[in-house]
Design a protein. Structure first.
Length: 71
């Protein structure tokens, strides 16, 4: 899966960014590479949080879990 980072340089010299496909994923970094690392970390945190919420909401239900690969 490839995602798109929207990046701006702030007035104080930091790079701030957001994932176009996941607008809730926001971060910053002193360099673009640091920002990209931080965006990946923020995405993982969002996905983990969402996963925990869904698991809680579906507790006790008969659910089939299947892995999905996005290409």
């Amino acid at each position: 899966m490839k995602l798109t980072a929207l990046i701006e340089k702030s007035d104080d010299g930091w790079f701030v960014g957001q994932l176009e496909e996941f607008p809730a994923v926001l971060s910053q970094g002193k360099t673009i590479e640091e920002l990209k690392f931080n965006l990946k970390d923020a995405l993982n945190l969002l996905l983990d949080s969402n996963r925990q919420s869904v698991v809680s909401e579906n507790e006790g239900k008969e659910i089939i879990r299947e892995q999905l690969v996005i290409e």
